[in-house]
Design a binder for this molecule. Sequence first.
Ligand code: B4P
Length: 186
Amino acid sequence: MNIIFLGAPGAGKGTQAQIVEKKYSIVQISTGDILRSTVKEGTPLGLEAKGFMDKGALVPDDVVIGLIKARIAMEDCRNGFILDGFPRTTDQAFALDKILAENSMSIDHVVNINVPQNELVQRLLKRAEIEGRSDDNLESIKNRLVIFEEKTKPLIDYYNKNGKLRNINGLGSVDEIAGAIGQVIR
Ligand code: B4P
């Protein structure tokens, strides 16, 4: 089973993707996590990515598409995968279609987690206190939410048209939301 998790920053994509990974033994591919490890490694790519991430901007499409192309070709993806945070732009979605076709793969479900903006901001500010992520500050959060509206939201329509979209109410406990996701991806 191959799944995409869509949702605004703080909607719970990463949280829920980890639960689905364990439950169905399929790999979670988080572009945010991959980018944060390149930042930690201090490579030129990591330094470039950090500049975008700290401001709450998207890392350029060609960089992220290249990372996903290499990751999906790996052996462990043959059993199924969860794309957590990718695609985030229409160009990324088109590139993904091409990568999947080249690997004779397809997407089964696009899980779209809906959470109101005021709750998103509260969650991310709370995470800032706990984890100290450099992009969880008010200015960057606001920017990420604007970018979500402009660049990522059009993907909801894109996946709705091909019948793969599964809408989920992202308000409630982590377990309740995991239960609702379990119902739609069976
Ligand atoms: P991500 O790592 O994807 O960060 P995110 O959007 O904040 O989502 P995340 O998955 O971490 O948080 P979650 O909603 O689970 O991206 C970071 C940056 O990397 C981007 O801004 C961008 O710069 C770059 N990037 C990543 N992918 C890219 C791409 N494809 N193209 C270009 N650039 C890219 O959880 C948030 C918080 O809510 C957590 O603290 C969690 O504990 C809490 N939470 C979860 N569920 C909850 C619930 N039910 N109730 C209360 N709190 C909950």
